[in-house]
Design a protein around this ligand. Sequence first.
Ligand code: NAP
Length: 680
Amino acid sequence: MSVQAVHSFAAGQWMGTDSSAREIHSAITGELIGCAGNSALDVESMLGHAREVGGPRLRALGFHDRARMIKSLALHLGEHKQALYELSFATGATQKDHLIDIDGGIGTLFVFASKGRRELPDGKVYLDGDIEQLSRGGSFLGQHVCTPLHGVAVHINAFNFPVWGMLEKLAPTLLAGVPAIVKPATSTCYVTELCVKLMLDSGILPEGALQLVSGSMGSMLDHLDSQDVVSFTGSAATALTLRSSPHLLKKSVRFIAEQDSLNASVLGPDAVPGTPEFELFIKEVTQEMTTKAGQKCTAIRRVFAPEAHTSAVIDALKLSLASITVGDPREKNTQMGALVSAAHKQDVLQQAALIGAHAERVFGNPDTFTLHGKHAQRDAFLPPMLFHCDSPDTAGPVHDIEAFGPVSTVMPYRDLDHAITLLNRGQGSLVASVITHDADVAREVVLGAAAFHGRLYFNNRESMQESTGHGAPLPHLVHGGPGRAGGGEEMGGVRGVMHYMQRTAIQGSPDVLSFIGKRWVPGSVERQPPAHPFTCTYHELEIGDTLNTPSRLISTEDIEHFAEFTGDTFYAHMDEEAAARNPFFPGRVAHGYLLLSFAAGLFVEPDEGPVLANTGLDKLNFMKPVEAGDSIKVRLTVKHKTPRNDEYGEVRWHVTLTNQDDEPVAEYELLTMNAFEHRL
Ligand code: NAP
């Protein structure tokens, strides 16, 4: 591989390196393959370009436009992933590791694209929660809304996932409508550079939405302000230096930190040798120690087993680790590749030596292991190294030192309380797992340890076939952890998007709030549609379009007929005296479902038309009983609309049933799919 200058992409221009550039070496062969950095990088113009060009262009789009854009990026990267695989081997990663980094990154884009279309509105304002009633008469209400920050997101990433690490931050940022400047770790930035180049060359992103810093970012952080966000992934030491910058503190710049973590796994007290859980535990620990050569923020560093089974766990792990082929990641049979660099290997060995002062190394000799592949140089390779510490209560460093490589320590626990105490000695972690088939154990762990961990992963014989793995952060779930893990949170679906938006409490009249949120609020104007709303296409319907139906009398015969027809002969509908003894009813009452059915009978338009299907009811409340002799009428109002594809969209109707005294008796939201075109 030839030496290449890894470029930055600054204010619309690719920029090469200068004499300040740092060297980058192949993890496999140690040869010099590139360099990155340019002291002439104009960080102020980069920030200006993002804020003045990228931000406005992204904010001109709605959530759904941006979600479609993210999906296009995912499809485009999927078509070119082979090139990313090829380049990534030099980082020491195997093909299996590529699936986590490259395919995992692309998969994260897909999930955010899909969540953006399903869970965010087809507009520019996200409504956070329901209307808050602030006045007796309902003419003054409150609503929380979220809108994109007007600044730039600066993403500083760790070396271990040059693609996923970027995309898991980029997806929620772009979905929010905020431009990003990505700064990958220098040692693997050439892979990120290719990925950024692919995205920019695709023409999918608006100008200014994405820039790249390869090498040092100079004084960029000193020019951020309160509309900007720093999202950092890396070591606790770097996080502390950056987040304590007086400038960032003075400007209240949001700082999200994902840092190192002493993750742990517990073999449940029930998971004795011979059970499927015991085997599963050995498999999970082996996988976590060897995937990405243990350079995963979520990897299992501490392994807790019941005292009686500690030696069985060590024996089984030794057997399992002995079957792992370490070597040139380009070779098909290799299961564990290299660490990112010779220098990083030295760091890991140093940390392992500190752990070794409190624990015995029971597997993996860094001086004598077998290395496969004739081109691989030993400089950056290590075998999996397993330690055994038999006094976990007094061996503080094993709960504190992160050897960011294939290094784990097995420790005994006396009982579940002891296991929980040890779990929490990681001082806050990204993930802890418990392999148990006992739901009581799982619940105890949640009560005793959830506050100390960003994610708890329970696995057993029932879930193991489909489980996603201790170490896999998923875009649907939050990734992050308290304390030592940085106190940050990323992903978690829409939660991750909110890190790049401002939540604002809005107060005003129902009309004002309806208009801002494009969501009809009770008390705001009801529009008269030109025809029955069920005869209107999706686009013809407008928020606030309302149908008021005539009323219908409810008779005893109706109630009896419904009871007999459906089989619902619950006493409250059939037995006057028994119903009267019930504190909720004055006497015999109509079925709630009868009321819903009559309501449909009152508001539907029977002929074939743009309403394609009723897909559900939400938030159903029966507010007042209805007796024979009462009558009901319905108000049906278009509350909200969400396009689903090129042919139809979802209409959410606010439905209120009132009685002859105009008292509400039931309320719900009805969901229909409505065609974009008239069908006949
Ligand atoms: P690192 O040395 O802390 O570097 C992280 C990032 O910070 C790199 O991009 C680095 O750039 C940059 N950086 C360092 N000093 C900086 C400064 N003064 N100003 C601006 N940027 C600066 O960590 P790493 O060695 O890349 O990654 C390993 C660590 O990351 C491990 O501790 C691991 O646990 C943690 N990690 C955590 C997560 C998570 O999600 N919690 C995920 C992955 C890794 P340069 O490379 O150019 O120095």
